[in-house]
Write a new protein. Structure first.
Length: 634
């Protein structure tokens, strides 16, 4: 049976295709230039060798831990050689990573990893890869040495692929971002191919729910060594620390010093309050801008990535950046796909200074100019913290560990209690897996009252911070010039690059002195500064924010009343002229706000800065009044 476009239907594999013997001959007998290839990175060479030895000794399921930006995709292209004795399955957690892997494995492309790095000198016989997508069929898999897919395509509920693939169809399964491999969908794949060798690659060997990555850890490449060799950026944490903070909580006024903030931040309500307090958000925004300007002194277009608690919070943070003269956009899963693509296009084209995300831009997102990570939410566990910091790890200048454009800065507020994760992250390279498991076993939760979606979420946090005085950064670099391994790796890099440091009169101590001197010269902002904001820009920001908050509250009211936003039950009650429930509630909210302000409809444009600031604390109460009245009428 053949379809009209010439494709074979799934389940009707073509009689032709590659058999296991042909595939094994390619992977076992092809001379792949790996061990002596100077264009490969150390974790790629060592990771391949560790896997060859493990599976040669009879191993079945293995894990290799390699940081983001160190060449996991390239390593995946190498792993079948000397290991696979049949077809290889490569599984990615999402489409972004699947497409990247497919490009690296495409021997027909001059940009494939094999051709860029000179791994294979003869490519006419493959290895050929098939990509399981909506246009693929079973015959494509039979004609390929390697099959690349994302987990949703392979193991989704439609059963398009697995039932039609024999249990011995794959000899080797390679899993990228392998910390997902304990999930049911992945387990279903492993159970379907019970004899296949499995190798998972990940930067974090434990899931946040305390389930271990399935397999024996056979190779680790540390974050520390990756930074020392310039594979990833040299990361510094820089927290803004208030000398004094004034706030109101449950009607009582408080004044805390820095020591009191450091003590109180262990309380969840306190760190949530810091996260949602605009004064504290401003401190993080100003500090991240200072660091961005400092990094940009080299002329390189560094950018900021920020993480927020909720959609409303993300809009607020975007506004804070915008009124300080930066081009900022937010991105989140509820945006239409074309809008998300536009934001990412602007980011990659350098048209944005800041991107503010809510549960987006995760694994596989590759954009090295992101060099400042601004954290506005309290992460409750280490795993998502490392995943977010990973977004700024990719090096801008390859293999240049001391280059000033290979610096990454993590900015937050000490009151968010995130520096504990920084400390754990620095010690994450330890081989104490039980300690790592303890760090990762806390379930990550969103701050109460600030989650994603609409629901009954307050606009403001549990603290009303009226003022704080920030007079210092508390900074800590991941790398220490006094660490002998840093000197060892720099000497090794120089040797690989043909630089005779000894002939130049540079011994270990001189190298250490020069590193320290260079780091001091690169420096950073001396102390936090409150950045100027034009009153007109701030007024326009607050007016737009008021409109956004009205829409958020209107959705919340519809949800609370059990009415669909696109429905008509509230709209047909009359008096609003609205076409649906959401529009009707927005009209009612705006009327309540105008009444509270003592203004007529259409006069919002004339509101002063002070009036806009005064109305915000009343919005929750006004929304409750609109909801109560509608509930009575319904």
């Amino acid at each position: 049976m053949t379809l009209t476009d010439g494709r074979q239907p799934v389940g009707d594999a073509r009689s032709r295709g590659l058999n296991n013997q042909q595939i094994a001959e390619l992977f076992q007998n092809t001379e792949a230039c790996i061990q002596e290839n100077s264009r490969l990175r150390r974790p790629q060479i060592e990771g391949h060798e560790a896997a060859v030895q493990y599976f040669a000794s009879g191993g079945h399921r293995a894990v290799e831990r390699i940081p983001v930006g160190c060449g996991k995709s390239g390593l995946i292209t190498l792993l079948p050689f000397g290991i696979a004795k049949g077809r290889v399955l490569v599984i990615a957690p999402n489409l972004t990573i699947r497409n990247q892997l497919a490009a690296d494995l495409d021997v027909t492309s001059p940009n494939s990893f094999y051709r860029r790095i000179g791994v294979l000198s003869h490519l006419t016989s493959g290895p050929f890869r098939a990509v399981l997508d909506s246009d693929a069929n079973l015959g494509d898999a039979h004609d390929a040495h390697m099959v690349v897919t994302n987990i949703q395509q392979l193991a989704s509920g439609v059963d398009r692929w697995l039932p039609h693939l024999d249990p011995d169809f794959f000899d080797l399964i390679l899993v990228d971002e392998g910390h997902h491999n304990a999930a049911p969908t992945w387990q279903r794949v492993f159970e379907h191919f019970p004899e296949a060798k499995v190798l998972s690659l990940t930067a974090t060997p434990f899931r946040a729910d305390d389930q271990p990555v399935e397999g024996e850890l056979i190779y680790t490449y540390t974050f520390r060594e990756a930074m020392q060799r310039g594979y990833i950026k040299d990361i510094t944490a820089s927290n803004v620390a208030p000398r004094e903070i004034y706030f109101t909580h449950q009607g009582d006024q408080y004044h805390h010093t820095l020591n009191e903030v450091l003590q109180m931040r262990e309380e969840d309500w306190y760190s949530r309050g810091i996260a949602l307090a605009r004064e504290c958000n401003i401190s993080i925004v100003d500090a991240s801008i200072q660091w961005l300007e400092h990094l940009r002194e080299t002329g390189f277009p560094h950018q900021i990535i920020a993480v927020a608690c909720s959609l409303n919070h993300a809009r607020d943070i975007r506004g804070l950046y915008s009124e300080r003269g930066l081009v900022a956009r937010e991105i989140h899963s509820e945006m239409p796909a074309e809008d998300r693509e536009e934001v990412l296009r602007d980011l990659r084209n350098g048209d944005l200074d800041v991107i503010v995300q809510v549960q987006m831009l995760g694994e596989g997102f590759d954009h090295p100019p992101l060099s400042v990570a601004a954290i506005f939410r309290p992460f409750r566990s280490l795993n998502p913290y490392i995943q977010f910091v990973g977004r700024i790890m990719r090096a801008n200048i390859q293999n240049s560990p001391t280059h000033p454009d290979n610096r990454g800065i993590v900015i937050t507020h000490v009151g968010l209690n995130i520096d504990r994760h920084w400390t754990d992250f620095k010690y994450f390279d330890a081989d104490d897996q039980e300690l790592i498991r303890e760090w990762l076993n806390a379930n990550e939760t969103h701050p109460a009252g600030s989650g994603q979606g609409h629901g009954r979420l307050p606009l403001l946090g549990p603290m009303d911070v009226s003022q704080e005085f920030i007079d210092r950064f508390i900074s800590d670099s991941f790398l220490d010039p006094n660490d002998d391994t840093l000197i060892d790796n720099l000497l090794s890099v120089a040797l690989e690059q043909g630089i005779d440091l000894a002939g130049l009169g540079i011994d270990r101590e001189e190298l250490r002195r020069r590193i320290t001197q260079q780091r001091d010269a690169m420096g950073g902002p001396e102390q936090p500064q409150r950045l100027a904001v034009q009153p007109q820009e701030h007024r326009q920001f607050l007016r737009q924010r008021l409109n956004d908050q009205v829409k958020t509250l209107a959705r919340r009211i519809c949800d609370s009343l059990g009415q669909q936003t696109a429905g008509m039950r509230i709209a047909v009650m009359g008096g609003t002229g609205a076409a649906n429930n959401l529009a009707a509630v927005i009209v009612l909210m705006n009327r309540a706000i105008n009444t509270a302000l003592g203004i007529e409809s259409g006069a919002r444009r004339e509101l002063s800065l002070q009036e806009l600031e005064q109305i915000e604390p009343q919005l929750e109460e006004l929304a409750d009044g609109v909801e109560e009245k509608l509930r009575e009428e319904l």
